[in-house]
Design a protein around this ligand. Structure first.
Ligand SMILES: [Zn+2]
Ligand SMILES: [Zn+2]
Length: 260
């Protein structure tokens, strides 16, 4: 089983901390682990978040406390980890906050920095996060829901078409607070799956929403998963763990419906 998205976020970039994730993966029967962290951990990406900081409030406070590491520090950890003889396959990458307006910036950074894999995720619409504690007040009740979803899909399609990423993060977490557009989202997910096939991008079935935010879906909404499966899309199971003990969470429960 694979857990294709676990964050080092809450700890230091040390071998000891990363090995806690590997140990928990083994405990949960995971034999292929993709370790990553958000781009907002790394100084090199700070410039890309300036428009998000300008929103102020909780979002500014959150970002003001980050960018505490450098990519060189991460590369040093990856080098040390790759020298170890680990019991399972472990690879290293990033979860990149994708924004169309910063595509040239991202292309430049990733022409110079290479990773085993890159997850691209749309986390914000109009520079406002859609799934955070401030999102209802700052985004969902300020803008029309149809507009938010339309922008979200535009960004998601551009993410895949950029050919920068090997995987798209949590493709339906936009559902988190229960706001639904007036139009059917399934034709959009159908287009997403077709683009992902064309550009060889994996689609996540991400259990993070379920155990981290208590959303009733254990990963993708069943109808979205069906659209992906009907397209024969390349799927990947992920926990989005932000702590070692969460590695592999509920992967066993979604494995058969995702990969079967
Ligand atoms: Zn994410
Ligand atoms: Zn994540």
């Amino acid at each position: 089983m694979i857990d294709g998205h676990v964050h080092l976020e809450r700890g230091p970039l040390t071998k000891e901390y990363a090995l806690e994730f590997v140990k928990e993966a083994v405990n949960k029967g995971i034999d292929d682990l993709q370790i990553l962290d958000h781009t907002h951990r790394f100084k090199e990406f700070e410039e890309m978040y300036e428009p998000m900081k300008k929103i102020g409030g909780g979002q500014k406070k959150w970002l003001d406390n980050d960018f505490r590491s450098t990519l060189d520090e991460y590369y040093e950890l990856i080098r040390e980890m790759k020298q170890l003889d680990l019991p399972i396959k472990v690879t290293y990458g990033l979860e990149v906050c994708f924004q169309i307006s910063y595509l040239p910036f991202l292309r430049d950074i990733f022409s110079r920095n290479h990773f085993d894999f890159l997850v691209g995720s749309v986390h914000a619409v109009n520079n406002i996060a859609y799934d955070s504690s401030w999102s209802v007040e700052e985004l969902w009740t300020k803008y029309p829901v149809d507009y938010i979803y339309t922008k979200y899909f535009e960004e998601s399609f551009a993410l895949i078409e950029s050919d920068l990423f090997t995987q798209i993060g949590h493709p339906d977490t936009i559902k988190m607070f229960g706001y639904r557009p007036s139009f059917d989202v399934l034709p959009y997910y159908d287009r997403l799956a077709k683009l992902a096939n064309k550009h060889h991008v994996k689609l996540e079935n991400n259990t993070g929403c379920y155990y981290r935010y208590h959303h009733p879906d254990k990963g993708l909404a069943p109808d979205v998963l069906k659209v992906f499966k009907d397209n024969g899309a390349d799927m990947i199971t992920v926990s989005d763990a932000h702590r070692p003990e969460d590695v592999g969470s509920y992967i066993k429960d979604i494995w058969d419906i995702t990969m079967g």
